[in-house]
Design a protein around this ligand. Structure first.
Ligand code: GAP
Length: 457
């Protein structure tokens, strides 16, 4: 199995943490993320993704799939549905256990999750904002309900999936029987999940509709520790490979009181941003919880028979469960920088140091002037060649300095400028985003040069 290569170009030194509002503003201004239903006042915890956002999400998803499914011979992929039989959520324990405990402040009426309250406020039963008295905790289930069927009285209540991974347990036996895979093996999926989060917030960090990626790795119980350690390290290195500030990544073990109902052991991979150290992905020791429960609730035997030893057992499961949205947010927080004026850029600039593999637009092609027909024609020809290979943008609006800054702000790693020398010797300027260095390259060499820089392999 191959680990991702670390090709990021920035130093790991700590720089100031970026206020989330700056990233929110850039996302709206440049077309990464919009509030959902904005013209109706919006819906808390739900967002839409604009032209750049959808490219970044696609790149993030594809890169995860490539490194988890394509590179690992013992991992297969599925895509399950959002709606399942309601019994699934009884078996999974979500109907009973997927709850938040909440308290309200009697004075200022603010609402808090009990597990988010500072210990002293909890002990003294005091609101952390105004000092008012708190109510007794009340329990809220996070599952989003929906109904299947059209005839009133015959409609079946079910749920939008609260965690995407349940489809993997439901399809586990089908995958086993329809492929020639044997234990140890994994099943991956990327898909939407829905939670009635009581306190959505911090932009994409805690939403009500979001997208998860999961690996469920099925093992013999005697090999559980080995594979748990293996995937824990694998996933940590994966995240390290796509961020600039490596020192903002760490593991945190869950204490016994915070373990999810399905986990015997868990580690979070955490990223440090302006909102503190927060979970990015969870590595869970799910043991035989899921397959045992689904066997019990469905009446189907989900045990595995080893083809050589004939031993029969319920496989144990290592889960690595992260999110497209948190990855999106953390990548932007990690990449955002406001650089003061310098010798290289007298005006100063805002730049997104996104990994070239993940940046939404890989190259911008810019004619030096838009009123010189030969420059425009050559630039459009180059753009037409490049856009077949990667996401490329043609831009001739405003002076060249402003166009560079616009591309820096959206994270485009390369700009190709067609100038008067191009018309004489068929070479162009290639400007690199992070160091603002420029090289001269023959037009015919451009495609290979750029593909090498922006494609993972
Ligand atoms: N199947 C295990 C599971 O769902 P989780 O820790 O609740 O575990 C896994 O979620 C990942 O899903 C988190 O690490 C996070 O990246 C993402 N996630 C969970 N809740 C989220 C939310 N409300 N908004 C955005 N992402 C969320």
């Amino acid at each position: 199995m191959t680990q991702t290569e670390d090709k990021t170009s920035l130093s790991t030194e700590d720089t100031p943490l970026v206020p989330i509002e700056k990233v929110v503003a850039l996302c709206k201004r440049r077309g990464y993320v919009y509030p959902n239903s904005e013209i109706y006042g919006g819906v808390s915890g739900i967002y839409d993704f604009g032209p750049l956002g959808v490219e970044l999400r696609n790149n993030i998803r594809r890169f995860w799939w490539w490194s988890m499914v394509q590179l690992n011979d013992n991992v297969l992929g599925i895509e399950g549905s959002i709606i399942t039989h309601p019994r699934v959520w009884e078996a999974s324990g979500h109907v009973e256990n997927f709850v938040d405990r909440l308290v309200d402040c009697k004075k200022c009426k603010r609402r808090f999750r009990v597990d988010h309250l500072p210990a002293e406020n909890l002990e003294q039963n005091k609101c952390p904002v105004c000092g008012g008295e708190l109510t007794e905790p009340r329990v809220f289930n996070l599952m989003m309900e929906t109904y299947i069927g059209v005839v009133e009285g015959e409609r079946m209540k079910t749920y939008l999936r609260g965690e995407a991974c349940q489809n993997i347990y439901l399809d586990y036996d089908n995958v086993l029987k329809s492929s020639r895979i044997q234990i140890p093996f994994g099943i991956c999926q990327i898909g939407k999940a829905f939670r009635n989060e009581v306190t959505p917030g911090n932009f994409l960090f805690r939403q009500r509709e979001f997208e998860q990626w999961d690996l469920q790795f099925f093992v013999h119980p005697s090999e559980m520790q080995k594979w748990f350690d293996y995937w824990k390290e694998f996933r940590f290195e994966w995240y390290k490979g796509i961020i600039n500030h490596k020192d903002r990544l760490r593991f945190r073990a869950h204490g016994p009181d915070e373990l999810a109902h399905y986990a015997k052991q868990a580690y979070d991979i955490e990223y440090k941003s302006i909102i503190g150290w927060q979970e990015w992905e969870g590595i869970h020791w799910r043991q035989d919880w899921d397959l045992s429960r689904h066997s019990q609730y469905s009446g189907q035997d989900l045990s595995y028979t080893d083809p050589e030893t004939k031993e029969r057992y319920i496989p144990w499961i290592v889960e690595t469960s992260g999110g497209v949205d948190r990855t999106f947010l953390n990548l932007l927080l990690d990449a955002y920088e406001e650089e003061p004026p310098s010798g290289k850029d007298k005006a100063g600039r805002t730049v997104l140091h996104l990994h070239p593999w993940l940046a939404p637009i890989k190259v911008a092609v810019l004619p030096l002037q838009k009123n010189k027909e030969e420059l425009v024609t050559t630039a459009k020809d180059i753009h037409n060649r490049l856009k077949r290979l990667m996401v490329a943008q043609y831009d001739d609006v405003a002076n060249i300095g402003r166009r560079y800054r616009r591309q820096d702000e959206i994270g485009t790693p390369f700009c190709v400028t067609v100038d008067f020398q191009t018309l004489e010797d068929q070479t162009v300027t290639v400007r690199e985003r992070d160091g603002m260095t420029q090289i001269r390259l023959a037009i015919d060499e451009l495609p290979d040069y750029l593909v090498e820089k922006v494609t993972w392999r």
